[in-house]
Design a protein around this ligand. Structure first.
Ligand code: PMP
Ligand code: GLN
Length: 396
């Protein structure tokens, strides 16, 4: 047989081999799609959530020092003891909760990974997980990758509050977990203590786990305080709390985060973690440990100034802001006064015609529900926000 014939045979064989879909989401995430579109059209990128300003110099210096100082080999599987200790101290200081660094904290390569790992630790095929939509786009694929089913409950626009009757109605004997997110991406809504009490009442007497995505816990505005699942005595024993350093220290590209969960849940989490990535970037762990020890920055205040600045600028555009973000670094806006295109089409049009990239909110719904809203990321330099809004003011 000639080489060409063998190559052809192999190609045919590979093409006919079955590759399972694993999940029902679209081929490429909306964040990748919109950031690529922004680049292609030289647009200002207010789509994917990442800051465009420099990180604290002490943090980048600490990273360089750790690498130069020889801290370049595997860290312990659950994380560097100094970093886990600093995290526990930070939770004591900020929330007055006691966290055992050895048995309750695991360092992860970002929160997306931590969410997947927590799901994988608890889910079996056929289980159900309740997801409140709109929702960060990795949740449902992560559930489905574990053979489980996402049961969606819609938040109530325009304030995006939870209809607790709908949550209670969605619970079945197959419900294994509920994933919640506060401050919320993409809506900027935050949960009150009363929401946590409602959740506790809904799961009381069941064996339902809680995944609490708190990556924006240090970004709340107007004097609002974050209430963590770790502060809720009834919920904490059944909860995985998930965090990202990227959102706190403006270094999303480091992909560093952590999971805090009671010892039994942490043991289950590490059973997966140790065979998924085993351990996380050592110099970054050293740098974060030293930074947490000296961390004095008022992170919410910095981001609130950006939110306020952005909202003020947006008053001169034809967009409508129904509700200022209470947390996170995202602001939803309605384009009802501009046109009635579907939101994906509108986001494309805005990128191509006016040079500003945003995220269409339908991407956060399994059904693609379209409320004609787009999401702006305001974690940007003032000059970036000025330039973007100058372009938006030209919309006729
Ligand atoms: N959860 C939410 C709600 C998010 O917006 C993000 C985006 N960064 C993540 C989790 C993931 O964080 P990380 O980049 O640390 O994986
Ligand atoms: N969390 C970020 C956002 O919502 C992006 C994360 C990602 O690109 N996967 O924009």
């Amino acid at each position: 047989m000639s080489v060409v014939a063998i190559a052809g045979f192999l190609l045919l064989l590979y093409c006919s081999m079955h590759i399972p879909e694993k999940h029902s989401a679209a081929g490429t995430t909306i964040f990748t799609v919109m950031s690529a579109m922004a680049q292609q059209h030289n647009a200002i990128n207010l789509s994917q959530g990442f800051p465009d300003f420099h990180i604290d110099e002490r943090l980048s210096d600490a990273l360089g020092q750790a690498a130069a100082g020889g801290f370049n080999q595997y860290a312990p599987m659950a994380g560097l003891p100094a970093l886990k200790r600093q995290i526990a101290e930070s939770f004591k200081r900020r929330y007055n909760v006691t966290v055992d660094p050895d048995t309750e904290v695991t360092i992860t390569p970002g929160a997306t990974y931590a969410i997947y790992t927590a799901f994988t630790a608890i889910l079996s095929p056929g289980d159900e997980v309740i997801v409140l939509e709109p929702a960060y786009d990795s949740y449902i694929p992560n559930i489905e990758m574990n053979g489980a089913k996402a049961v969606v409950v819609s938040l109530q626009a325009p304030s995006f509050t939870v209809d607790w009757q709908q949550v209670r109605d969605a619970i079945t004997p197959k419900t294994k977990a509920i994933i919640v997110n506060t401050p919320h991406n993409p809506t900027g809504a935050i949960w009150t203590k009363q929401d946590w009490d409602e959740l506790a009442a809904a799961v009381r007497g069941t064996e339902i786990f809680i995944l609490s995505d708190e990556v924006y816990e240090q970004l709340l505005f107007d004097g609002e305080q974050h209430y963590s699942v770790l502060q809720h005595e009834e919920l904490r024993p059944r909860s995985f709390a998930l965090y990202s350093f990227g959102k706190v220290y403006n270094n999303t590209g480091w992909k560093m985060g952590y999971c805090i969960a009671p010892p039994a849940l942490t043991t289950a989490f590490r059973r997966i973690h140790q065979f998924l990535c085993f351990t996380v970037n050592t110099p970054a762990q050293y740098a974060l440990a030293s930074h947490l020890a000296n961390d004095t920055e008022a992170i919410s205040a910095v981001m609130q100034r950006k939110r306020d600045y952005f909202l003020e600028l947006m008053r001169d555009t034809p967009f409508t802001i129904h509700q200022p973000a209470k947390g996170s670094y995202f602001q939803l806006a309605s384009y009802e006064r501009i046109n009635d295109m579907p939101d994906m089409e509108f986001a494309e049009w805005l990128t191509k015609e006016y040079g500003v990239a945003t995220i269409p909110v339908s991407a956060f719904y399994k059904s693609g529900k379209d409320d004609r809203l787009i999401r702006f990321c305001f974690a940007k330099k003032e000059e970036t926000l000025n330039a973007a809004v100058e372009r938006l003011m030209k919309i006729s």
